[in-house]
Design a protein around this ligand. Structure first.
Ligand code: AMP
Ligand code: ZN
Length: 463
């Protein structure tokens, strides 16, 4: 089925046409590893993962690159303020390297817990400095950049297409409406390609302009080109990156290369918390660990995220997560019942469900619609064939549907008669009366219940 994706650049859904048939190259702006990733951040990476999984479901060989930003992301988008890594280092007394190593590991732990596939390559900015210096030099040579007292800046007025991704108007920006004015710049939204470092700056490298460190935007251009080539298929990130970070990436890449660098720009909308922004002061910058600490499984959070299409805002509340958990448990219980059935299903009916599923995920990743298809599917008469099809869908959902187990007794309706039989069987077993225990097991089976012995008793499930 033809995949269609919404391209932020053209503001419309388009057929996805890869550069090389059967292959897809994706670049995703990765985390700045100076703190724990929030569940909002993780929404961006669940989206990245869904995109990859849909492409793989469609038979594409995907090369996915996600950088690790471990230098150059300043506290202010106006190229002022401290580097986030340096700030964290000063606050904790650790080195930027130690901080980056710690939070990168935490980030991968969160990704694994949420069933987000590890990208093909995760290059670190600090390991690609020569590549960045080469691009900055080329931009200077071509007249797109200029040197100031504190760094090398890209001149946005030299790129007539500046603003094409977000509709930014250079004249409005000149008056510092959204970005504070930095005295060294010719235009307020010129941006730093390279910053000259003070002697006490912790992370700095030699360059043709003295000791310094790269600007954040140039990192993504250098690493995407290095691993995906001069033109690649898809670039992703959150919507907050559209007006500055991605606009700047487009400007510097197109001026450097002399042509378009990315075919499709895809952006996920934000996750809100209790209807508002996540913020430290409100104490609601939740992490995956917070979710686990409240007794939820990370996969239940993934299920929660999949219920809203990536271009829509999603509102996280603990109540909404609780409802998602209830729904997810029910889904797993229904799937368990299918798994345990020997009855065949109508192949034509299954084929129709598969088609509906494929239509949904290929329509700009309409995963909520695809989940709806799964819910209709599990309402079919019990059959292991239904379960098999659900597992096929789970290549995209990644909801651990292959791990469903018998629902716990409290989640199923157990008639008194069944409970009495199960207690009697347990007593017989304890008395080592195996014949009686087997007879009662068969009686339970005839009533549609399976019984499993556990360390501290037994568990009933519906067959
Ligand atoms: P950062 O480490 O701040 O660059 O963010 C990493 C990714 O998470 C970027 O793609 C951001 O756009 C995205 N992001 C940040 N906050 C949220 C949020 N509340 N909801 C969804 N995505 C977010
Ligand atoms: Zn980036």
């Amino acid at each position: 089925m033809q995949l269609r994706v919404y391209n932020t650049l053209t503001r419309q859904k388009e057929d996805f046409v890869p550069i090389k048939p059967g292959q897809a190259g994706i670049y995703t702006c990765g985390p700045t590893v100076y703190k724990y990733a929030t569940i909002g951040n993780m929404r961006a990476y669940i989206f990245m993962d869904e995109l990859r999984r849909v492409l793989e479901y469609d038979g594409f060989k995907v090369k996915q690159v996600m950088n690790i930003t471990d230098v150059g992301h300043l506290v202010s988008d106006a190229d002022d303020g401290e580097d986030k890594m340096e700030k964290s280092a000063h606050e904790t007394g650790k080195t930027p390297l130690e901080i980056a190593a710690f939070y990168t590991e935490q980030f991968f732990k969160d990704m694994d817990a949420l069933n987000i596939k590890r990208p093909t390559v995760c290059p670190k900015a600090t390991e690609n400095i020569p590549e960045m210096i080469a691009i900055v030099q080329a931009l200077l040579d071509k007249g797109y950049a200029y040197e100031t007292e504190d760094g090398i800046y890209f001149s946005v007025e030299k790129f007539p297409d500046y603003g094409k991704l977000s509709g930014v108007n250079l004249e409005e920006q000149r008056h510092g409406a959204r970005v504070e004015v930095n005295d060294f710049k010719r235009h307020p939204i010129d941006f730093a390609l390279w910053k000259k470092a003070q002697p006490n700056h912790l992370q700095q490298w030699d360059s043709p302009w003295g000791r310094g460190f790269p600007g954040w935007h140039i990192e993504c251009t250098a690493m995407s080109k290095k691993y995906l080539g001069e033109v690649f298929d898809i670039h992703t990130g959150g919507v907050d990156h559209i007006p500055i970070h991605h606009e700047n990436e487009i400007a510097q890449a197109e001026c450097w290369l002399g042509h378009k660098a990315v075919n499709y720009w895809m952006h996920n909308e934000f996750m809100l918390i209790d209807g508002g922004k996540m913020s430290k002061s409100l104490g609601n910058t939740y992490t995956v660990d917070d979710i686990v600490a409240r007794g939820y499984k990370p996969v239940e959070f993934r299920y929660f995220c999949l219920n809203v299409q990536y271009r829509q805002k999603i509102n996280f509340t603990w109540e909404a997560l609780a409802s998602s958990k209830t729904a997810y448990d029910k889904l797993c219980a229904l799937l368990w019942a299918h798994k345990c059935s020997d009855a065949p299903a109508d192949p034509a009916a299954l084929a129709a469900f598969k088609e509906r599923f494929e239509f949904a995920v290929n329509d700009d990743l309409n995963v909520p619609l695809a989940l709806g298809v799964l819910w209709s599917l599990v309402k079919l008469p019990k059959s292991a064939d239904v379960y098999k099809l659900a597992l096929c869908f789970d290549k995209v959902f990644a909801l651990d549907l292959d791990k469903v187990t018998a629902p716990k007794e409290e989640n199923i309706d157990v008639p008194d008669e069944v409970k009495a039989l199960a207690d009697a069987r347990f007593a017989a077993r304890k008395a080592k009366n195996w014949a009686e225990s087997d007879r009662l097991r068969e009686q339970l089976a005839a009533l549609g219940f399976a019984v499993k012995d556990t360390a501290d008793g037994y568990e009933l499930s519906k067959k």
